[in-house]
Design a protein around this ligand. Structure first.
Ligand SMILES: Nc1ncnc2c1ncn2[C@@H]1O[C@H](COP(=O)(O)OP(=O)(O)OP(=O)(O)O)[C@@H](O)[C@H]1O
Ligand SMILES: [Mg+2]
Length: 255
């Protein structure tokens, strides 16, 4: 199972990604969670301690690795580098482990403008393509709202793109942009998760706004989830059974 999770900032992408990843790992599935958001916060949602989080170095900051694999120096312009760097061992050797979930944080790449082709972005693109196309285990990608930066490999490789929405106009407008983008790059299986739903009016708002699209589950607004974030607990550990059942249902619908 390879899924990418997208949506507007703050809607709950990392929470959803973390809960699904931890649930799969609990079942004994090997899970690789990929934090593709430059403003990464998946580690926290997974329940890594602050100390562990501080020790995670995003791939885009691993200068020695980038230089070794691409044959080029970081931050030096006008050089030749390998366009197909070796990446097959990176998930096994560079991921941080927590409760059975292996986490790789890609990190931000400073865009040099005009389609950045710096060694960092070449390595990251090769890594994501390799993971998406060849890795058999579960792959859960926590994305930023844009999806085009990951290109067609994402379209070919992911089983589903999940868009998290919350009851609010901004989140829906962002979802509409994602719908357009995924159509352009050919992602067929696009589904929605409504999050932070407080009442029937919220539910109706989202149903109406996304008429014609599959909303696989409605996750209620939950003080327990917010509190877990505040105290640095994993979202899964905090879930009341009724909400956990809704996440289980998401997995069932995806498999
Ligand atoms: N169902 C929910 N009920 C209440 N709070 C929630 C719910 N889902 C997520 N949250 C809270 O909303 C906040 C944002 O969630 P999260 O970090 O998962 O969003 P995100 O989309 O990954 O954000 P970003 O775009 O900043 O990465 C967190 O404090 C989280 O605990
Ligand atoms: Mg996030």
């Amino acid at each position: 199972m390879k899924i990418a999770i997208s949506g507007k900032g703050g809607v709950g992408k990392s929470t959803v990604a973390a809960v699904l990843a931890l649930m799969l790992a609990k079942r004994g599935v090997r899970v690789l969670a990929l934090d593709c958001d430059p403003d990464a916060n998946l580690a926290g949602a997974l329940g890594f301690s602050a100390e562990e989080q501080a020790g995670i170095v995003p791939i885009s900051h691993q200068v020695a690795l980038i230089e070794e694999r691409t044959g080029a120096k970081v931050k030096r312009y006008g050089q030749m580098f390998k366009l197909n760097p070796e990446v097959s061992d990176i998930a096994d050797n560079y991921a941080a482990l927590h409760k059975g979930v292996a986490l790789l944080v890609l990190g931000a790449v400073e865009d040099g403008g005009g389609g950045c082709a710096c060694p960092e972005s070449v390595l990251i693109k090769a890594l994501v393509t390799d993971l998406i196309l060849y890795k058999d285990d579960a792959l859960i990608m926590d994305m930023e709202a844009g999806v085009e930066h990951l290109g067609r490999a994402t379209a070919r490789g992911v089983n589903a793109m999940l868009v998290v929405v919350e009851p609010g106009q901004n989140s829906i407008e962002c979802a509409q942009r994602i719908i357009k983008m995924t159509q352009q790059i050919g992602i067929k299986d696009l589904r929605f998760i409504a999050n932070k739903v407080k009442d029937e009016a919220d539910e109706k708002f989202i149903r109406d706004a996304l008429a014609g699209h599959e909303i696989i589950e409605f996750i209620p607004y939950s003080e327990e989830i917010r509190k877990a974030d505040r105290i640095g607990q994993s979202a899964l550990d905090a879930l009341p059974p009724e909400i956990a059942a809704r996440f289980e249902n998401i997995l069932k619908k995806l498999s």
